[in-house]
Design a binder for this molecule. Structure first.
Ligand SMILES: Nc1ncnc2c1ncn2[C@@H]1O[C@H](COP(=O)(O)OP(=O)(O)OP(=O)(O)O)[C@@H](O)[C@H]1O
Ligand SMILES: [Mg+2]
Length: 244
């Protein structure tokens, strides 16, 4: 099918016999915002890790703009235009917030002043301008999530993979981050795939949602349809259900 910017084809990945991701396929067109949802342990982060080159899949492939990513190293996938955040935030501890973001910009410039300036602009975009000089150890968890986003954005990705970056934010903070992503997407055309439990954000941001459960894709569609799908509602039984 033409038009897919990111294409995952029949991805499977097992860990010691556990099928973490099982025959998962999906497409994300250029410039779109799509979401990947599902209960804890559904295989969402593993799917991201396959796209980002952290794990090779046991089977299947991933293309970005027609170029195969499976087999490439994470740094080469970053250079190909994939920026990702980590669910468990991993800032460089000996560096300031701004230096952490400047490291991302050094992917496309060797001019450290340009990298620092770009980092400052990116931090301002995420409401972190006044935390620039601080250590990542001394900012709150929601701010560390914003820092993760800034670090990924500073690489100037064509595809941005966001892993639960709105977890722990207050509703007004969630709305602010949603607006930031909408503006970024409109201004730069960056394609976004987000993993998110905060349905308020999923509903507001994504045109299409893929639902995983026990590693399998159980549903795909518009957000309003997906949250009414019986199989989706059932897989959330005994878990915090998707909520607005
Ligand atoms: N590196 C690993 N080694 C072994 N098992 C793993 C590894 N990474 C993930 N798993 C297992 O694979 C399954 C899917 O995990 P994954 O992190 O992809 O889920 P998730 O959908 O991101 O869940 P959550 O919403 O809790 O973040 C889980 O059973 C998990 O324990
Ligand atoms: Mg996860």
């Amino acid at each position: 099918m033409a038009g897919a910017f990111l294409r995952a084809r029949a991805l499977s990945k097992s860990f010691r016999g556990l099928r973490a991701v099982s025959d998962v396929s999906f497409d994300v067109p250029a410039g779109a915002i799509h979401a990947l949802i599902g209960p804890n342990g559904a295989g969402k982060t593993t799917t991201f890790n396959i796209v980002a080159g952290v794990f090779a899949p046991d089977a299947g492939g991933v293309t970005l703009d027609g170029v195969e990513l499976v087999g490439k190293r994470p740094e080469d996938i970053c250079r190909a235009g994939v920026g990702r955040t980590f669910q468990i935030v991993k800032p460089f501890r000996g560096m300031s917030v701004q230096e952490n973001v400047a490291v991302g910009a050094l992917r496309w410039t060797s001019n450290t002043r340009e990298a620092r300036d770009y980092a400052a602009d990116t931090l301002a975009l995420l409401g972190l301008a006044d935390k620039r000089a601080m250590s990542p150890d001394h900012i709150t968890l929601p701010d560390r999530k914003r820092l993760e986003v800034a670090r990924a954005l500073a690489t100037k990705p064509r595809l941005l993979l966001l892993d639960e970056v709105m977890a722990g934010l207050r509703p007004t903070e969630t709305d602010a981050m949603v607006a930031t992503f909408q503006k970024l997407n409109a201004d730069t055309g960056v394609t976004i795939l987000l993993i998110e439990h905060v349905m308020r954000a999923v509903m507001a941001l994504s045109q299409r949602v893929v639902v995983l459960n026990h590693g399998e894709k159980i549903c795909e569609g518009a957000p309003a349809d997906v949250v009414r799908d019986p199989a989706v509602l059932e897989c959330y039984l005994g878990e915090p259900a998707p909520h607005a």
